[in-house]
Design a protein around this ligand. Structure first.
Ligand code: FUL
Ligand code: CA
Length: 687
């Protein structure tokens, strides 16, 4: 009897106890999806805006060739698993004929008001075996009830309508933005009511927001999670929007965090979220997309890549071509897993548990695993080869159904009779992809150095990624001299200045190109006499600030000299003093262009940083002939979505303005608590 008891106790002791906050089955399924499409479509597509005001004529929405099957076909061919669409963005416009709004497809010109985008897309997703998700913004700049206590129920009704009408919804995307409505008021959102409404209709939906509960925002719109990234997060005292945890915390999660809220990295394939013809030549390069993939899926996050639908209602060719190129390169990289060819051994392997085996580390199945014994927080996995193998990518996976555990690890290879460390890392989670130098060896060792509980690892994979010809970078300095560089060794660089696609026979870049008056530069890198070519990169310049001088600012922080706002370098900036006792808004900068020009607009390049950046939100822009009489502003407004997506802003004037002096007045900051303002680059539009 005593013997039986103790053997039961031993058997029991070999079971792996789950650790910490755990994923639900819906979250596990979600994490396996890894990569899916975001689609932004609405009146903004037709008005060339990022944030519509809700006062636009709904008739502007008229995507006459809309074909949701083309979107689904593209997503499927791109290797994506789902599509999430902006069913309702901040302008309040509903892509379905909602009973609770008068700003919908029903009021639009599209299909004489008889269309329903959600109906077409949900059917197309079903046809192509994709999951379907919806974005709905509680911030509604159109709805008359917004900003009143009744609005929460209106929004819940709207949600209920969407979630009960179009079949299964795998993810409900909640935008935390909480701006003013038509009556100038901001409401307090009733999140518990919204969540109940989701779960009542779609019990398996994963709810996205800054703080989940299903998955969380990664803290930026660039697509990059932290190199340390916990799927657990502390949420007590936090809410979506301005009461969210700091962006750095969203980026890395909290070790031992209260809830399992994994990361989703949302990023657009273009500079903005909505389609604009002006960004047709700014579709991200394959290399950019690959960096984003490594920075999201490769760092324990899912990648939600936005591909905006154009005015016809179709995905534009440049975007879909890029998606296919991106799929091809991923397939080439992850084609041959070298791990299964190895003899795999491990130290500290848990005994007496049939589910645990070092062999399962290389079986290509993320549901089978190896683990150490209880209280053993370290362990080493070795892959040994009869003859040398060459690789440069390492994929590691934890069996996250039992919690996220690994805190640090290192990678060694066998070289000249000893181990040599080639990489270290912190967290792993669902998936970690390490970029290694090209190495050739007969032995690879992965050492788990610290963990919150016994490590449970499901996969170790090795790949040899082919070299990718880097896309050239085009820069212009203050004097208007353009330089083209490329990080790949010895490429030949060819360019055009006439807007045509560069070929191997286009002018070869040998030195500086003088372009003080501006123009369009397109460049490509070539290897092997033109047989291998990079994608094209395009840079559009206006008048260079060669002779410009700053004539006035209302202060500066140490080292943030005003001249840096007009030095042609987007990485240097002018910023006002940020000390607590320093001057508050408004702030301003005045510039003498030394030539009198006819201006069609201006550009503002913010610092590429989301916090403490001094980014300007509301502005007034003036033009003057003498630098003394400024008159009325030629443009006044806000830079939509600049806090989260700090990219260059193009502002067109209603009518051209002639002058020699320009003046940017910063009226309000993008981040509520920052009383300082900054300009990385100020430019003009003359073309
Ligand atoms: C943000 C919005 O303000 C942007 O317009 C965009 O929809 C992005 C995905 O989320 O919060
Ligand atoms: Ca600068």
């Amino acid at each position: 009897m005593a013997g039986l008891c103790s053997s039961l106790a031993t058997a029991h002791a070999q079971e792996i106890a789950p650790y910490g906050s755990l994923p639900s089955q819906a979250q596990l399924n979600w994490q396996d999806m890894e990569y899916y499409m975001f689609i932004h479509l609405g009146p903004n597509t037709f008005t060339d805006k990022e944030w519509g005001h809700g006062d636009e004529d709904p008739r502007v929405f008229n995507p006459t060739q809309l074909d949701a099957r083309q979107w689904a076909r593209t997503a499927k061919a791109a290797g994506m698993k789902a599509i999430i669409i902006t069913a309702k963005h901040h302008d309040g416009f509903c892509l379905w004929p909602s009973k609770f709004s008068t700003h919908t497809v029903r009021e639009s010109a599209w299909k004489d008001g008889k269309g329903d985008v959600l109906k077409e897309l949900s059917a197309a997703c079903k046809e192509y075996g994709l999951k379907f998700g919806v974005y709905l913004s509680p911030w509604d700049r159109n709805h008359p009830a917004y900003g009143t206590p009744e609005y929460n129920q209106v929004f819940a009704n709207t949600l209920n309508e969407v979630l009960s009408s179009y079949g299964p919804v795998f993810e409900q995307w909640f935008d935390g933005a909480n701006g003013e409505g038509p009556n100038g008021k901001k409401p307090t959102y009733d999140w518990p009511l919204f969540h109940q409404t989701v779960y009542k209709n779609q019990p398996n939906a994963v709810i996205f927001s800054d703080v989940g509960p299903g998955c969380r925002w990664v803290g930026n719109e660039d697509g990059f999670a932290g190199t340390t990234n916990w799927s657990t997060l502390n949420i007590t005292g936090f809410a979506p929007g301005k009461n969210a945890p700091p962006q750095s915390v969203l980026n890395e999660g909290n070790m031992n965090g209260e809830k399992w809220i994994p990361t989703e990295c949302d990023v657009s394939i273009r500079p903005g979220w909505f389609y604009s013809a002006s960004t047709d030549d700014k579709v991200k390069s394959v290399q950019n997309l690959l960096d984003i993939y490594y920075g999201s899926v490769g760092r324990n996050g899912n990648l939600l890549l936005n591909v905006p639908v154009d005015r016809r209602g179709l995905i534009f060719s440049a975007d879909s071509i890029r998606l296919m190129e991106f799929r091809q390169i991923r397939e080439a990289i992850f084609k041959t897993n070298l791990a299964p060819k190895a003899k795999v051994t491990a130290t500290n392997t848990r005994k007496g548990n049939k589910k645990v085996n070092a062999r399962y580390l290389i079986d290509g199945n993320s549901k089978t695993y190896w683990a150490t014994g209880d209280d053993q927080l370290t362990g080493a996995i070795t892959l040994e080869y009869a003859s040398p193998v060459s690789f440069n990518r390492l994929v590691l996976q934890e069996y996250i159904a039992l919690g996220q555990r690994v805190k640090s690890f290192s990678v060694d290879i066998w070289e000249d009779g000893a181990y040599k460390e080639i990489a270290t890392g912190t967290t792993i989670g669902h998936k970690r992809i390490l970029l290694l130098p090209d190495v050739t060896t007969t032995k690879v060792r992965i050492s788990i150095q610290d963990a919150l509980a016994c490590p449970v690892i499901s996969e170790v994979q090795l790949y040899k990624a082919p070299g990718l010809l880097a896309v050239p970078a085009i820069q212009r300095n203050k004097d208007g001299e353009v330089s083209i560089t490329c990080s790949s060794p010895d490429p030949e660089l060819h360019y055009t200045l006439d807007g045509k696609e560069p070929t191997y026979h286009s002018p070869k870049y040998t030195g500086t190109i003088h372009l003080p008056e501006g123009g369009v530069v397109k460049a490509r890198a070539f290897l092997e006499k033109g047989k291998i070519a990079s994608t094209t990169v395009t840079a559009t310049f206006d008048v260079a600030p060669a002779k410009w001088k700053v004539t006035f600012t209302d202060g500066q922080a140490d080292g943030a000299d005003p001249v840096r706002a007009i030095d042609g370098n987007p990485n240097s900036y002018w910023m006002t003093n940020y000390q607590p006792d320093a001057a508050k808004y408004p702030h301003e900068i005045q510039v003498d262009m030394t030539d009198t020009l006819t201006l069609k607009g201006f550009t503002y390049t913010p610092r590429h940083q989301t916090i403490h950046s001094g980014t300007i939100y509301t502005y007034a822009f003036y033009v003057s002939l003498d630098g003394e009489n400024w008159g009325q502003p030629v443009a006044q407004g806000s830079f939509a979505n600049i806090a989260n997506n700090p990219v260059i802003q193009y502002v067109k004037f209603n009518s051209p303005a002639k002058g020699r002096f320009i003046r940017l007045v910063a009226l309000a900051p993008a981040n509520e608590n920052e009383h300082w303002a900054s300009v990385a680059e100020l430019g003009v539009i003359t073309r």
